[in-house]
Design a protein around this ligand. Structure first.
Ligand SMILES: Cc1cc2nc3c(=O)[nH]c(=O)nc-3n(C[C@H](O)[C@H](O)[C@H](O)COP(=O)(O)OP(=O)(O)OC[C@H]3O[C@@H](n4cnc5c(N)ncnc54)[C@H](O)[C@@H]3O)c2cc1C
Length: 451
């Protein structure tokens, strides 16, 4: 297969304006490519279908694997210094703990994490503090008022969080200001990669084009699929290595006084329960008085296997289906709040939703040409840990396109088959299908009634 050698006139079509797609557009533009078009099925950016469309995301370089730690440290540097990204980064620090109930898988993972990050040559000296007891945890993070039963772990001051949706919006605004074309909603909703069996006789195979829901055909020299968890709906062959998996998110409302008291709270990640963040402004609907603490539950993730797609797991096609969370996750979130911030543990959880990622069996990203197509690139397999890489991820996609091959073996297209149930060593709990859970949401029934 002859792959296109890119020139500055090479045309690029990016399908998906989420975390990876926007980052790719930004890096292409930074390197002087002028012919870039981006599609997204969402009516606005960030899209309702993007895993990045969230209040905040953890930005940390604490990986067992020094390869990802190095990249994440580069990403943190970009979050701290880049004019587009830095307004959306808060270096509050990162508390990593286990609770009294944690299985040994969790405690040994934390031991490997701290060994890896504290010995990394680019991690600032004195940034890691060991916290072997609940009182040591409380001493380091006095915002925590709960019993912290059996909590032990460490604190990393060279980490924090990103305001996720505002960061996506900022990059989108930057790309618009640079004249990059976006098609959103039906005109950006990719429904087929051509040529398919029906259209092969009209198109010179094996070049790839995209058909959108408004029946337009989009041609480009290089088509980058950055469709996240939704990828296998468009490219079924990707379903053998990408499994759509969801995790639950909820929020607790706090008032301005409570938010002020919790200002500077580090990201609290209790690896067997869940994680929570410093309160953030609720946005337009809440005005200045309303703030939200985002809370997430840990677990092995939920699949949504679809018979009509050969039992591949895919997110529901309507975003409204995501506005409810499994009751077991709500229970975990409340346990985390009881242990860490009990004054909020009985408040209603608001803005509940499940968020879909594209998981790989080994948690490695996939950035490679798709076999059997010319000029079709898959940029995904985020495995639930790509938002922190938002400032730099697109650079890897452009490197691969310029090199016309993926030099990094771990990011190559994987032909092997994954059932999505593999034991992931940094996660706790098994994988369940979301249809087997009982879910609770603010407006799932109402949303369904409107469909
Ligand atoms: C609960 C939860 C918490 C997380 N926390 C963190 C964290 O703390 N730190 C971290 O680093 N990462 C975190 N992540 C992971 C992070 O959000 C993802 O890794 C990242 O957002 C994936 O980016 P993406 O571009 O692959 O997918 P997305 O951001 O989902 O983007 C995919 C885009 O493709 C569009 N699309 C889909 N299908 C089509 C189509 N057919 N045509 C056109 N457009 C289409 C969608 O609308 C969407 O905009 C978390 C994920 C979850 C679920």
């Amino acid at each position: 297969m002859s792959l296109p050698s890119p020139s500055k006139e090479t045309s690029f079509l990016i399908v998906g304006a989420g975390t990876i797609g926007l980052s790719t557009a930004l890096h292409l533009s930074n390197r002087g490519y002028r012919n870039i078009v981006v599609l997204d099925r969402g009516a606005t950016i960030p899209s309702a279908y993007s895993a990045g469309n969230d209040l905040n995301k953890i930005v940390r370089a604490d990986y067992e694997d020094a390869f990802y730690a190095t990249h994440a440290l580069n990403a943190i540097q970009a979050w701290r210094t880049s004019p587009v990204f830095s307004p959306h980064y808060r270096q509050t620090g990162y508390l990593v703990t286990s609770s009294a109930a944690a299985p040994s898988k969790v405690t040994s993972h934390i031991s490997r994490l701290v060994a890896s990050i504290s010995s990394h040559p680019s991690q600032p000296t004195s940034s890691i503090t060991s916290l072997p007891t609940p009182s040591a945890v409380r001493g380091k993070v006095p915002h925590l008022t709960g019993p912290l039963t059996g909590w032990s772990g460490y604190f990393n001051s060279h980490a924090g969080y990103a305001s996720a949706a505002p960061a996506l919006k900022a990059v989108y605004a930057e790309l618009l200001a640079r004249g990059i074309t976006f098609h959103l909603g039906a005109s950006g909703d990719a429904v087929a990669i051509l040529p398919d069996a029906e259209t092969a006789r009209y198109f010179p195979a094996p070049k790839s084009y995209i058909r959108t829901a408004d029946n337009q055909i989009h041609y480009a020299d290089v088509v980058v699929l950055a469709t996240g968890a939704h990828t296998a709906r468009l490219l079924p062959a990707a379903g053998a290595q990408l499994t759509a998996k969801a995790w639950a998110v909820g929020h607790v409302r706090v008032n301005a006084g409570e938010a002020a008291r919790l200002r500077g709270l580090p990201v609290v990640n209790c690896r067997d329960l869940g994680f929570l963040f410093e309160p953030a402004p609720a946005g337009e609907e809440g005005g200045e008085e309303e703030w939200l603490i985002k809370v997430c539950a840990h677990g092995g993730g939920y699949t949504n296997t679809c018979k009509e797609h050969g039992s591949t797991s895919l997110p529901p096609s309507s975003a409204a289906e995501n506005n409810a969370i499994p009751v077991e996750d709500e229970a975990l979130m409340r346990r985390l709040l009881q242990e860490a911030l009990p004054e909020f543990s009985n408040r209603p959880l608001v803005r509940r939703f499940v968020c879909w990622c594209a998981d790989t069996a080994d948690s490695e990203y996939v950035i490679d040409y798709v076999p059997g197509y010319e000029g079709l690139v898959l940029a995904g397999g985020d495995s639930g840990h790509a938002f922190k890489m938002f400032p730099i991820f697109g650079g890897w996609v452009v490197d691969m396109v310029e090199a016309r091959a993926q030099k990094e073996k771990r990011w190559r297209w994987k032909a092997g088959s994954s059932d999505g149930k593999e034991d992931i060593d940094w996660r706790v709990g098994g994988v369940k299908d979301i249809k087997e859970t009982s879910r609770k949401g603010d407006d799932l029934e109402a949303a369904r009634a409107r469909l």
